[in-house]
Design a protein around this ligand. Structure first.
Ligand code: NDP
Length: 241
């Protein structure tokens, strides 16, 4: 039985979330993994792990999953708000449902799921929330208007949350990756926008791999509680934009 504290990761069925699950499991943490697809989380085959098939916007389902995992492993000490959606397009041509969904997944769920763990962390005066932002939360890119907006919001809310929780000794960290080779492009339809993105990605060597981001998150979390890497921007050295 593991003695390290419980780590909750949203969007753990692929990409950065799955790599982060592997990294924290290898470091001995029990996990609660949350995503809509169960099978890829099962395939990770990690010990001391609860799996929850839930939409991150289904707050009661996320709350129930956290309660179940805490019953088994004790209180959540780290929440990684990683689930995210990017659908690149000009605004004029974007499906309105995808405008809504990007804000719901990238922003609203991130705040509401943070609310589920914050009180406990404040009472214990211990805990960490990691929000996955993006380099697209720091600068604008063509055809990224809605995604840019969601990630700028993530950056602003993370800094606000950090300030609110400083006096409670609870850390709130932003991890803002540059280009990483994952399934994130899956919501951008075929055409010039996708081709342009893929061309740039190829020109810089394909981007980082999810394990690179997982390593950065683990390093930041493993610092003593009184040390906070407030913001980590981690991108390929070759990425110039
Ligand atoms: P992936 O598409 O590989 O992973 C996205 C994850 O989010 C999946 O596990 C997916 O699971 C989950 N997810 C999406 N919508 C929901 C939902 N409604 N409810 C629950 N889970 C959901 O992409 P990445 O690993 O790249 O993305 C992870 C994070 O990293 C995102 O926040 C993204 O914005 C950010 N990021 C990625 C960069 C990159 O270049 N790849 C760069 C900068 C930031 P499922 O479909 O099973 O629900």
């Amino acid at each position: 039985m593991t003695t390290k504290p419980l780590v909750v990761i949203t969007g753990a069925s692929s990409g950065i979330g799955a790599a982060t699950a592997r990294a924290f499991s290898a470091a001995g943490h029990p996990l609660l993994l949350i995503a809509r697809r169960l099978e890829p989380m099962q395939e990770l085959g990690l010990p001391d792990t609860e799996l929850a098939t839930a939409d991150v916007n289904d707050t009661p389902a996320v709350a129930a999953a956290i309660a179940r995992a805490e019953e088994r492993f004790g209180p959540v000490d780290l929440l990684i708000n990683n689930a995210g959606l990017m659908a690149l397009s000009s605004v004029a041509e974007q499906d309105p449902a995808l405008v809504q969904e990007q804000f719901d997944v990238n922003c609203v769920a991130l705040m509401k799921n943070s609310q589920l763990v914050l009180r406990g962390m404040q009472e214990r005066r211990h805990g960490t929330i990691v929000n996955i932002g993006s380099i697209a939360g720091k600068q604008l890119y063509a055809d990224h208007t809605v995604y840019n907006g969601t990630k700028y919001a993530v950056h602003a809310m993370t800094e606000g949350l950090r300030r609110e929780n400083a006096a409670h000794n609870v850390r709130v960290l932003l991890v803002a990756p540059g280009m990483v080779d994952t399934g994130l492009l899956g919501n951008t339809g075929e055409g010039d926008v996708l081709d342009g993105y893929l061309d740039y990605k190829k020109s810089i060597g394909g981007g980082l791999v999810p394990d690179d981001i997982a390593g950065a998150i683990l390093t930041a979390y493993q610092l003593p509680q009184h040390i906070s890497f407030r913001e980590i921007v981690v991108a390929p050295t070759s990425q110039d934009a």
